[in-house]
Design a binder for this molecule. Structure first.
Ligand SMILES: Cc1cc2nc3c(=O)[nH]c(=O)nc-3n(C[C@H](O)[C@H](O)[C@H](O)COP(=O)(O)OP(=O)(O)OC[C@H]3O[C@@H](n4cnc5c(N)ncnc54)[C@H](O)[C@@H]3O)c2cc1C
Length: 388
């Protein structure tokens, strides 16, 4: 088989890239290791920046999002019982929207199926060959038979545990990593959200986040120990701990109920450089990971897609500048998202080895943010998403 761009990974990065390229008349094949149901069942991100929203519309898949999303003009930050609001619209003239990654992925799958573009599910043993040559190709095994796809370019959209990043030789690749000494225990519950906007909560017992998917579906997280497992936490224990970490007013208003999903995610900051090797381009979690504080993971994947889609479109129009500068442009924005996610994590989490001095510094950081309009403006600009 031959195609113009072989996309490895059918998560949000690969699907969005495929749809944008399709609209430019560029042919793609997507190779996905799992089944469609498996990908759609992954409960992950829920906040979309304006740039991600714009890309969804540009890909022709924005209609349901525009109908069903919730616009958020601000967010609440709390520390113990004290709380304040950061007004995104006042500081930036813009906002974010709540629209689940599962919904975004579903819209993209449906659009791809509607145009009959190829996606191979349960593609095993995906291997990249000749990415640094003019004979790039990808092989994979489906139902016991090996297949080969010759292509102009390979987009490595296969997430943190994929094969694309590993295809870049260690002599070329440089990796930067920070592992945080805690995780997030997240639950989904069919209850109304405790507040109309997100609450990012710091407390002496650790971090908590009150988020949502819709008017009757709430997403809550609490910072937990890396040695915890979801089965250690009964629903009652989870709700009790969440209430202890958010201001009393919200704890009193919290509607609890059975949880329908419970999982623990470790927190990590990670970047690999460069994001291009010959004809291979890395996109999204394949190249970088952020802790979820600040909702940058999916949105940074989308900004990579923007740079790559623009570069590939220009290439087929005879201009290679966008591809030549892809890694540099994507990384410049990635590092700013890394900085923001890291600083939001430090602002609100309790590290096991924090000294009384460290805690005072954290409290002073929060107090400064509470009282300083410029500091709030900086947070708002980062939260709604830096320009591409
Ligand atoms: C628990 C959790 C919560 C999160 N919460 C948030 C949040 O609140 N806000 C936010 O912005 N971000 C969040 N993120 C991050 C966000 O989900 C990711 O940044 C986003 O999914 C990245 O999309 P991607 O397409 O680059 O990678 P992925 O979503 O990882 O998709 C990669 C795809 O490639 C496939 N694949 C992997 N290996 C191979 C292979 N060898 N061959 C073929 N296919 C392969 C995988 O099956 C997968 O479908 C969260 C992540 C997790 C894990």
């Amino acid at each position: 088989m031959r195609t113009q761009v072989c996309i490895i990974g059918g998560g949000p990065s690969g699907l969005l890239l495929g749809q944008l390229l399709h609209r430019q008349g560029i042919e793609t094949v997507i190779l996905e290791r799992k089944t469609k149901d498996y990908v759609l069942g992954r409960i992950r991100a829920g906040i979309l920046e304006r740039g991600t929203v714009g890309l969804m519309r540009e890909a022709g898949v924005g209609a349901r999002m525009d109908r069903e999303c919730f616009v958020h003009d601000g967010t609440v930050i709390s520390y113990g019982d004290d709380q304040f609001r950061i007004d995104f619209t006042e500081h930036t003239g813009s906002h974010v929207v709540v629209y689940g990654q599962t919904e975004m992925t579903r819209d993209l799958y449906e659009a791809r199926e509607a145009v009959g573009a190829l996606i191979v599910y349960e593609a095993e043993g995906v291997t990249i060959h000749g990415a640094d040559s003019d004979a790039a190709h990808v092989t994979y095994v489906k139902d016991g038979t090996e297949h080969r796809i010759d292509c102009d370019f390979i987009a490595g959209c296969d997430g943190f545990h994929g094969v694309s990043r590993q295809a870049i030789p260690l002599s070329t690749r440089r990796e930067y990593e920070k592992i945080y000494p805690f995780g997030w225990l997240g639950v989904l519950s069919e209850t109304p959200p405790v507040h109309e906007e997100l609450i990012y909560a710091g407390s002496e017992r650790g971090f908590a986040l009150c988020s949502m998917r819709n008017a009757n579906l709430s997403r809550y997280y609490i910072q937990c120990s890396l040695s915890d497992s979801p089965s250690d936490w009964t629903d009652a224990a989870f709700w009790q701990e969440l209430k202890r970490r958010i201001p009393g007013e919200h704890a009193d208003a919290l509607v609890t109920g059975p949880t329908i999903e419970k999982s623990i995610a470790p927190l990590r900051s990670f970047v690999t450089e460069p994001m291009r090797w010959g004809r291979l381009f890395l996109c999204g979690d394949a190249a970088h990971i952020v802790p979820p504080t600040g909702a940058k993971g999916l949105n940074t994947a989308a900004s990579d897609v923007h740079y790559l889609y623009t570069g590939l479109t220009q290439h087929y129009q005879g201009d290679d500048e966008g591809l030549e500068r892809y890694s540099e442009r994507a990384l410049a924005r990635v590092w700013k998202a890394e900085r923001f996610s890291w600083s939001m994590t430090n602002l609100l989490h309790r590290y096991p080895d924090m000294s009384p001095f460290d805690i005072k510094m954290q409290q002073a950081d929060v107090a400064f943010l509470r009282s300083n309009t410029q500091a709030q403006s900086v947070l708002a600009q980062n939260y709604i998403g830096l320009p591409y």
